[in-house]
Ligand binder design. Structure first.
Ligand code: SF4
Ligand code: SF4
Length: 178
């Protein structure tokens, strides 16, 4: 599946930019403040669309806000948002996301995700103890699925298959095949 930039812009406009109910009384320190390479919450994966949005929003080059990794499962180079040296997202400020309007798709989906499981891409939801999701939160997350897939486009395989070794310790439930 390949989406051109116009389709991605349209998909981005269809994303619900609201926060989850669960996040309102949660400082973000449990997820955004805890991310680290190899940690239970890995840094956000960046699609090419995310990179372009952050470049435009912050006036920075990709090497200034992201790190490259090789995905051994596809052979492709992939980028992840840079973290603070001691862990935690660089863009978390007093419990608020400083790039909320153009935060990566990976952030918008959490605690939902796509995982490559037994050769198939599946929507999963992490049983992350700090996320007390309401019915409305589940509906909001599910509404993000189609636009998120449009933005991921042909980067879906990298998104689903890139190893996130720390996150394998996070329990999850399967929602559906992608
Ligand atoms: S995603 Fe979960 S841990 Fe993160 S701020 Fe929201 S409720 Fe808290
Ligand atoms: S970009 Fe924003 S939402 Fe994403 S991890 Fe950083 S602070 Fe959290």
């Amino acid at each position: 599946m390949h989406a051109d930039r116009g389709e991605q812009e349209l998909a981005h406009s269809k994303l619900d930019h609201a926060c989850l109910d669960a996040c309102i009384d949660c400082s973000g320190s449990k997820c955004c403040g805890a991310i680290s390479y190899g940690g239970i919450i890995e840094p956000p994966f960046l699609t090419a669309f995310d990179i372009a949005q952050i470049e435009k929003g912050l006036g920075l080059k990709p090497d200034e806000f992201s790190d490259l990794r090789k995905n051994p499962n596809t052979g492709n180079d992939v980028r992840f948002l840079r973290t603070n040296p001691n862990g935690g997202c660089f863009y978390l400020d007093s419990g608020r996301c400083k790039i909320h309007d153009f935060r990566p798709v990976d952030c918008r989906l959490f605690p939902m995700d796509i995982r490559r499981l037994e050769g198939m891409n599946k929507w999963v939801i992490y049983n992350f103890q700090h996320c007390e999701l309401s019915e409305g939160d589940f509906s909001l997350l599910k509404s993000q699925m189609p636009p998120a897939l449009s933005i991921l486009g042909d980067e879906l395989e990298d998104y689903a298959s890139v190893p996130v070794p720390g996150m394998v310790n996070l329990m999850y439930s399967i929602i559906s095949p992608v």
